[in-house]
Design a protein around this ligand. Structure first.
Ligand code: NAD
Length: 298
């Protein structure tokens, strides 16, 4: 069993850390939120007084933070950067979704200090984090991937090696751009059907079994009441915030710009999520885009 520091215990990090503790690992958890720390304690983690306290002597450090600036600050530029307290035998696994440039830059500073750092963003949502069925998409060397795999196996079901440092983040951003398009299209179709007299549950069942079937319909239906455990049926609380999807679509636009890849569908989805965020919905789950369509028709 390993000693694991876990930094960032939010919607995703909380259940991921809990699964590691449940599997018998010694988890030292830290978050800025007292409530997140309390939940981690209840779920078998040791609560640390700081990120540095959690990371000292750890075999693995895992971070699950909102964006690149948080990750860079934690390891390199903050008040007590972790690269100055963790040992050379420690492997850092950053599972936050951040820009590939920051991931590569932080990995390079780690390498200068003799410390391994891989990007390992995830897909599968809060449900996947709770169930331990996440998909991990890793950027790093073969040796680092092999070292991380037994730990990632505890939290996930599908573990992919996308390529060298940063490759995990590029693959993740491609996936989330597609997800935003699928969610927008699903909301659009459901709204049109309901406005024309269809029952949203019946329409969802039809489309799930037809050529429009997709992940949003299968496990994350955006229409309230259709799927009991989806954020749509809980006032769009929890889940994956509009603010985070907005961030990811910004990352996708950067990747498209750098590579001159046309992304007309991704750009349209980004505009929709930008308007939805500007209407004050940044803290809601991203499937609340459903309300954007419903409001337009009101
Ligand atoms: P969240 O906002 O629920 O959690 C982030 C946590 O980080 C918060 O608890 C916050 O207090 C903590 N934090 C911020 N700065 C910190 C610091 N310096 N030290 C310690 N803790 C700090 O976000 P989330 O939904 O858990 O997402 C985390 C990451 O995972 C994001 O990069 C997101 O894009 C990605 N992601 C989320 C989902 C999802 O469905 N929610 C799915 C895949 C990937």
């Amino acid at each position: 069993m390993s000693k694991i520091a876990f930094i960032g215990l939010g919607n995703m990090g909380g259940p991921m850390a809990a699964n590691l503790a449940k599997a018998g690992h010694e988890v030292h958890a830290f978050d800025l939120s007292e409530q997140a720390l309390e939940t981690a304690r209840e779920q078998g983690c040791n609560v640390a007084s700081s990120a540095a306290d959690a990371a000292t002597g750890a075999d693995f450090v895992i971070s699950m933070l909102p964006a690149g600036k948080h990750v860079e600050s934690l390891y390199v530029t903050g008040d007590s950067p972790l690269f100055s307290v963790i040992g050379k035998e420690t492997l850092v696994i950053d599972s936050s979704t951040i820009d590939a440039d920051t991931a590569r830059r932080v990995a390079a500073v780690g390498a200068e200090n003799g410390i391994g750092f891989i990007d390992a963003p995830v897909s599968g949502g809060v449900g996947g984090a709770q169930a331990g069925t996440l998909t991990f998409i890793v950027g790093g060397s073969e040796a680092q991937f092999a070292q991380a795999q037994p730990i990632l196996d505890v939290m996930g079901k599908n573990i992919f090696h996308a390529g060298e440092s940063g490759a995990g983040q590029i693959a993740k951003v491609c996936n989330n751009m597609l997800l935003s398009i699928l969610m927008a299209g699903t909301c659009e179709a459901l709204n049109m059907g309901v406005k024309n007299g269809l029952d949203p549950a019946v329409l969802s069942d039809i489309m799930k079994q037809s050529s429009g079937g997709n992940w949003a319909l299968n496990v994350y239906n955006p229409y309230p009441g259709v799927m009991e455990n989806a954020p749509a049926s809980k006032g769009y609380q929890g889940g994956f915030q509009v603010d985070l999807m907005y961030k990811d679509l910004g990352l996708a636009m950067d990747v498209s710009q750098l590579s001159a890849s046309p992304v007309p569908m991704g750009s349209a989805a980004r505009s929709l999520f930008t308007l939805h965020k500007a209407n004050g919905n940044g803290g809601l789950d991203f499937s609340s885009l459903m309300q954007f369509y419903q409001d337009k028709d009101a």
